[in-house]
Design a protein around this ligand. Structure first.
Ligand code: AVI
Length: 331
């Protein structure tokens, strides 16, 4: 990952974007060409998908963002008190960094200056967020890493000698399967020193009705977000999906432990994708799996931490007890 741009308070680092485009084509070829059909949710987030996700976060039904915001607003100072000072703040999947502002402000109050290292797949999001943050906070320096989580994590240690507070918020962990989450938290632990902390935002198991409306909202924003995957195939790979042939589906499975998202074919069709030089046949009722959003109980959060040789130092819930922010420290 070459260092691509420098200014006194902002630097960014980017991985090879050609490789990323190839991997989208590969994922579409593999995912639509085998059973059960699937498209990986990491491809939701092109510019249009990122904007739709920002709109999801504002929806009345999508309680996750508000619940986490409430926790961070109330407890940011308490979280920071439990971290070594000074600390570098890193964030996996930072997006617009809106949710991070409370942490940034608490850290600037505590230590005056702060290095913030956001990791996100979207370069444009990183740039926009950095500009807004730098305009608002003197004393802040940003090194943004435009990459997938794993590359970002590998790079983090090189970016600072200070202890790190690694924030992984927004229930982004939910988009991993339980097995992948265990593995990934283990990977974060490997990138942590003895004084580092991991701040994890996790959506909790709850009533299926609340979950279904959060992932199948009345305005249809989540449906557009989901179908944006097909729009991307059309725009980037010369696909011929008719979006009207597909409906959004959100189903609660695993006893409230997972919301499964996908697209259901409403009309038999054959779809050509020029970049793959391949056509895919779909029958009415065929399903393309697009995302899992896994939910945890509090004991499950503790055992996730424990399996990675971490312990829950403290955890905070919102007033409706829907969402949990947990501070994890090495054993
Ligand atoms: C980013 N991620 C945590 C969201 C979630 O809740 O699983 C993505 C999302 N998918 C549909 N709505 C929101």
């Amino acid at each position: 990952m070459p260092r691509a741009q420098q200014s006194p308070r902002y630097a960014w680092i980017e991985e090879n974007r050609c490789a990323r485009r190839d991997s989208f084509a590969q994922a579409v070829d593999d995912g639509l060409g085998s059973e059960p059909r699937s498209l990986p949710c990491r491809f939701f987030y092109d510019a249009a998908g990122s904007r739709l996700f920002e709109a999801i976060c504002e929806l009345p039904e999508y309680y996750l963002t508000r619940a986490e915001h409430e926790i961070l607003t109330r407890h940011a100072d308490a979280i920071i008190e439990r971290c070594p000072t000074p600390v570098t703040l890193a964030e996996l999947g930072s997006g617009s960094s809106t949710k991070t502002r409370m942490l940034i402000e608490a850290l600037l109050r505590a230590q005056g200056r702060l290095r913030y290292v956001p990791v996100d797949i979207s370069r444009s999001m990183l740039d926009e967020a950095a500009q807004a943050l730098l305009a608002d906070y003197r004393g802040l320096e940003i090194t943004a890493i435009a990459s997938e989580y794993r590359d970002g994590l590998r790079h983090l240690g090189k970016e600072t000698r200070l202890p790190k507070l690694i924030a992984w918020l927004g229930s982004n962990i939910g988009n991993f399967s339980r097995g992948e989450a265990h593995h990934f938290v283990g990977g974060i632990r490997d990138a942590m020193g003895a004084d580092d902390r991991l701040l994890l935002g996790v959506d909790l198991r709850k009533d299926a009705r609340v979950l279904v409306s959060a992932y199948d909202d009345a305005q249809g924003v989540t449906a557009r977000f989901n179908k944006n995957l097909l729009a991307r195939i059309n725009g980037e790979l010369g696909g011929q999906f008719d979006l009207a042939d597909w409906s959004h589906r959100a189903r609660v499975v695993d006893d409230g432990g997972r919301v499964e998202l996908g697209l259901v074919c409403r009309r038999a069709c054959e779809v050509h994708v020029a970049a793959l030089d391949r056509s895919f046949r779909f029958d009415r009722g065929d399903f393309i799996h697009t995302e899992d959003s896994t939910k945890y109980s509090e004991p499950e959060v503790a055992s996730l931490a424990d399996a990675a040789s971490l312990r829950v130092e403290e955890r905070w819930l919102d007033s409706d007890r829907r969402f949990c922010v947990a501070l994890l420290a090495p054993h």
